[in-house]
Write a protein that binds this ligand. Structure first.
Ligand code: AMP
Length: 488
């Protein structure tokens, strides 16, 4: 199969847009999906963000909608014909930006609606008439209820990141939305996994779909040094700070499983003197952008995030990623640590397992990445002079299945929170548009004079038994030489 776009017989305005994007050849998902969608068949695609799947569905849908193109100012001449549903505002925003680029030389109109911001500007756009509507489910339902969005002429539906939508608890919303659509339509479903729930969704809403699978990046990069430490919940923060210092790290991402956990952890780290910011679903778009910008500028050293909030934010090559909680979904482990060690650069991924449910979660990761995972104990330096070694292994075994139910209990709250979030009535500022190009850029170590906050915090807290002159007992890897060379 040739992978040149020129073999697709796409209309000139679309080919021009592709050329302007600088795409030379199709990605595997594009080569497989575009002809199928052009032929009018339903698709069940296993592909993740980063594979080029947005163009894989946008280009053929735009091609098929060109027959409706018109320059009339009447909203009635621009009914919604394609609906793209995504789980998070960031993804919706990202996809909508791309759709606009692919459609820029056509008269087809597109817009995006997602929660957490004022409905009014979205309503104005909807009322003008748009052919392509990108949306998160909750906010779309709000617009349907307010009669701002009429979906009875929809011909194409894309359920993107469908597994994530189900994870968040959007199934009832999806079912409602799909019930408003004409039965005669093309439906495309994209999901990282084909779980039984996804298969059930597909069998209810897709007709004889063509299944397309592209290689899933389940392999973790060999350039990422991965460690799993067995450490109690109470000791995780201490372990985090020790590793940051020992490794001479300047910045890191810290992933947690729940919004509540995210806010709590960021607060405690901040209290302990670490420059920290939190990125979770309860933050407004504006706050999230500020957090990210602060991280990039080196004003904060740690970015504590949930998967849902971080998903779709294309920030790569962070020096280190910490899994403060083992992710509930093994594939999130791959996503999380994929943010470090890109393009040949070395990276560090550290995961803290605290027993109980984590045993199963680590086993799931082991299966997915096809690597044996060794759980290492954490040796706390301040404990050493007193001769006590924190034997993480014993803790791991002793906790057995009892575990710490807190994070597990937090998960439904996170899910409900995200599901409800689309209908938040809290006042928010309008989203910063156009999209911050920061999202597209790889991580760059910020220019900074000062040492990271954990160095200062260690010096400021001798009472905790942390030596001012801690030297790593381990060989410090030759990572981040450029940043290590900076003055302390
Ligand atoms: P997506 O998986 O759709 O989020 O796309 C990930 C990134 O790949 C986006 O920045 C796209 O602009 C880019 N991309 C999509 N298709 C191609 C292509 N054929 N060649 C090069 N880059 C592409």
């Amino acid at each position: 199969m040739t992978s040149s776009f020129s073999n697709l017989s796409l209309a000139e305005p679309l080919m021009r847009a592709v050329a302007e994007m600088g795409y030379e050849s199709m990605t595997p998902i594009q080569a497989q999906a575009i002809p199928v969608v052009l032929a009018g068949q339903d698709v069940m695609g296993a592909a993740q963000t980063g594979t080029g799947k947005t163009a894989a569905f946008s280009l053929p849908l735009l091609q098929r909608m060109l027959k409706h193109e018109n320059s009339s100012t009447s909203p009635a001449r621009h009914p919604v014909r394609a609906l793209v549903l995504l789980p998070t505002r960031e993804l919706a925003d990202q996809v909508a930006q791309q759709v606009k680029l692919y459609a820029k030389h056509t008269s087809l109109r597109s817009t995006v609606v997602f929660g957490g911001i004022d409905m009014k500007p979205q309503t104005v756009e909807l009322k003008k008439g748009v052919e392509i509507l990108v949306a998160t489910p909750g906010r779309l339902l709000d617009h349907i209820e307010a009669k701002n969005a009429v979906l009875n002429q929809v011909e194409y539906v894309v359920l993107d990141e469908a597994d994530r939508m189900l994870d968040i608890g959007f199934l009832p919303d999806l079912q409602r939305i799909l019930s408003y659509l004409p039965k005669q339509r093309t439906t495309l479903l994209f999901s990282a996994t084909f779980s039984p729930e996804i298969k059930r969704l597909a069998s209810s809403y897709l007709q004889n779909p063509v299944t397309i699978e592209v290689a899933r990046p389940n392999e973790t990069a060999s350039t990422v040094e991965q460690h799993f430490y067995s450490v109690s919940d109470d000791d995780k923060r201490r372990a985090l700070k020790q590793i940051l210092r020992q490794r001479g790290l300047k910045q890191a991402f810290v992933f947690v499983n729940s919004k509540l956990g995210c806010a709590r952890l960021a607060r405690s780290l901040e209290r302990e003197g670490l420059n920290t910011t939190a990125l979770h679903g309860d933050k407004s778009q504006d706050e999230r952008l500020k957090s990210l910008a602060a991280f990039k500028a080196g004003e904060v050293d740690l970015l504590v995030a949930t998967d849902v909030a971080a998903r779709g934010l294309d920030i790569k090559d962070v020096p280190a990623v910490f899994n403060f909680d083992i992710p509930f979904n093994a594939e999130d482990y791959v996503h999380r640590i994929g943010r470090t060690g890109r393009a040949g650069a070395s990276g560090l991924a550290v995961s803290f397992a605290s027993g109980g449910n984590d045993v199963r979660l680590v086993a799931d990761i082991e299966k997915l990445i096809k690597r044996k995972i060794e759980l290492e104990p954490v040796e706390f330096e301040e404990d050493r002079p007193r001769g006590r070694i924190n034997d993480g292994r014993r803790h791991w075994r002793d906790e057995g299945e009892a575990g710490d139910a807190r994070d597990v209990l937090d998960q439904p709250r996170e899910r409900n929170g995200e599901a409800r979030f689309g209908r938040s009535t809290r006042p928010h500022r309008a989203p910063a548009a156009p999209r911050d190009p920061f999202f597209e850029k790889p991580y760059e170590s910020p220019e900074r004079e000062a040492a990271p906050s954990w160095e200062a915090a260690a010096k400021a807290t001798p009472a905790r038994g942390i030596s001012n002159n801690i030297k790593s007992k381990r060989k410090v890897p030759a990572l981040f030489k450029s940043t290590e060379a900076q003055p302390n």
